[in-house]
Design a protein. Sequence first.
Length: 249
Amino acid sequence: MNLSVVILTRNEEHNIKECVGCLDFCDEIIIIDDNSFDNTIDLAKKLGAKVYRKKLRNDFAAQRNFGLKKAQAKWVLFVDADERVTENLRNEIIQITNDPLIGYLGLYLRRDDYLWGKKLKYGETANVKLLRLARRKAGKWTRRVHEVWEIEGRTRELKNSLIHYPHPTMADFLNSVNVMSSLHAKANLEEGKKSSLTKIIIWPIGKFVSNYLLKMGFLDGIQGFIVALVMSFHSFLAWSKLWFLQRKI
């Protein structure tokens, strides 16, 4: 096999068909499922994917490394269920992974976010670049949240973007922020970071100012304001939760 794709899922029945549908150029489609209780697994199997159940246990890096172990191809692509590979990106990936002379072990993908019908051109999501395509044995994933694929070798950036459709509703956005801020707090604790009243108060304000003003999120209209505000709230939650975790040590 030349190219495997790994998708992490939990209750993604509304996304999985469209996500897998744009990955038919891959030799192997692997689903690592965090005990979904909707129709995600049945739909994925009907689409020809190999499905493995594995509880997340608050560790995205471990989940992705498990996917790496299950992959059999030379190259591995990681895609989330709410992401889509465009035709141009597909063609670029095919060209790269079939080139026997390529000297790169890892490839960064730019990601374009679309929130409630609008492409976000500003703010913290405007220039997201993720290392999502690499040789299977080139490295491993680290950090339980905001995980990073650490590659030992040369990397480059692909020209075409991955499309991201996060948070179909406001409730989903807020629920995601609550969950991810808890994981972020635990990761910060493990890394020896400390919370303080200053961080709880000042950093969220700085986050909003950075996203909405310095990175010109206001040009994205209402969506830009909501993203800046909610991500500021994420910062407040993460540092506040870290303070509570510190008290338990």
